[in-house]
Design a protein around this ligand. Structure first.
Ligand code: N2P
Length: 402
């Protein structure tokens, strides 16, 4: 398989110390956490969240407006922080870097904290939309894994503008019984063949195949699968990826980046290309519901993308001190461990500082990949504007089934 480039080696090496499993959690209802006042700027929520317009008035206000990925924080983290700090948190969620970026570039979001993935963070830093993090106000900063900091420095030189949060991989989530019923016991469940080859995908169509609606996650995987540089910018390579996707497009029930969690848990879909922790959340929900759906996650044997999401403070944030308090709280080992146990993503806080992380999670190679698996992972990379346009155009063509 592929040539790991420079950064990749450093990045993967960087994460060799991290370790991880499977979990038990109740369904997250972050919408319940957002209470939200009224006022000026922000925004709405992109998904299932009740829209609200948080206030973003002046300094000293006991408020904080957070915009995070859905299913991406400990069950009680927000309410515990509110109780301890007296700060009222307006908490909204999204499930797409592209959607977040569009909002951020338009400006005046009213948000004090957002959580972009590495390459998006890098591009947004270059666009000048973030303020530097005052690390002197983060007493827990030293808890961060230095190798993850080093990896994120590829996007944020000096780690000046962001604090790494959770990280993970892109992989295959399956309903074991439904897939094996259709493809037999030797189904290639750890290979992208399962989803990208019509001979398999056609047979899974009736039980539901889905993919992330995230070109920045899917294209690198397909390029890598095809033996190309995961971050190729070649139009011919995009055409080749498009051809692969068009071959299985009729088998895809939908492209969406959060609905698949519950659909997988409930047996509405049987094979997904999704994010690691999200598939484990689906597994936990199915187990909690005792609905007989046995969900597994597999990092593709062909290799996968290892990504890191980062906490950042927009330049026009109105509650910077509160944002720093919230970020510092997320870096507290107990809070971070509760987050890991609930969302089943590895934290950027050093694992050895979090004895509260469930051993099932810490030892689960689908969550904390083993050293061998890490060798197959490659890092994210910023794409140039022209490639971004090509990527978006190709993705739209694929999704619309043209
Ligand atoms: C959380 C998904 C976050 C992963 N549900 C995207 N980087």
């Amino acid at each position: 398989m592929k040539k790991l480039r420079f950064g990749a080696v450093a990045f993967v090496t960087a994460l060799l110390i991290a370790g991880c499993g499977e979990k038990k959690k109740e369904e997250q209802t972050q919408s319940d956490q957002s209470s939200a006042p009224a006022a000026s700027a922000p925004a709405s929520t992109d998904n299932q969240q009740a829209a609200a317009t948080p206030s973003s008035s002046g300094n000293g206000e006991q408020k904080l407006n957070v915009y995070n990925w859905s299913d991406y924080i400990g069950e009680h983290t927000v309410e515990d922080f509110e109780k301890a700090s007296g700060i009222k948190v307006q908490y909204d969620v999204y499930d797409s870097n592209e959607a977040l970026e569009a909002k951020l570039m338009a400006g005046n979001t009213g948000y004090d904290i957002v959580v972009p993935t590495g390459p998006f963070l890098g591009r947004q830093i270059n666009a000048g939309i973030y303020q530097k993090i005052d690390k002197t106000k983060l007493k827990n900063y030293g808890n961060l894994d230095p190798l993850i900091l080093q990896a994120e420095a590829a996007f944020d030189p000096g780690n000046n503008y962001a604090v790494p949060y959770f990280w993970g991989t892109v992989g295959i989530g399956i309903n074991v019984d439904k897939v094996k019923q259709r493809l037999g016991d030797n189904a290639p469940v750890d290979s992208l063949d399962l989803l990208l080859k019509p001979e398999y995908a056609d047979k899974l169509k009736d039980c539901g195949v889905t993919m992330l609606d995230s070109p920045s996650d899917i294209f690198p995987l397909i390029f890598n699968y095809l033996g190309k540089d995961p971050h190729t910018t070649s139009p011919d390579d995009f055409a080749a990826a498009q051809k692969v996707m068009q071959g299985i497009r009729p088998d895809i029930k939908y492209f969406h980046s959060s609905s698949y969690i519950n659909d997988l848990a409930n047996g509405e879909v049987c094979a997904v290309l999704g994010w690691s922790g999200d598939v484990f959340i689906a597994a936990s929900r199915a187990a909690d519901a005792k609905n007989g759906n046995n969900i597994e996650y597999h990092i593709p044997k062909e290799g996968s993308l290892l990504w890191v999401d980062n906490l950042a403070i927009p330049k026009d944030a109105q509650h910077v001190d509160n944002a720093l308090k919230f970020i510092d709280n997320l870096l507290d080992p107990k809070v971070a461990a509760a987050g890991v146990n609930f969302v089943t993503y590895p934290s950027s806080v050093k694992l050895e500082l979090m004895p509260d992380v469930s051993p099932d999670i810490a030892k689960n190679p689908g969550i904390y990949p083993t050293d061998d698996v890490k060798k197959k992972l490659f890092p994210d990379k910023i794409v140039d504007a022209e490639t971004e346009r090509l990527r978006t155009r190709t993705w739209t063509t694929i999704k619309t089934g043209q």
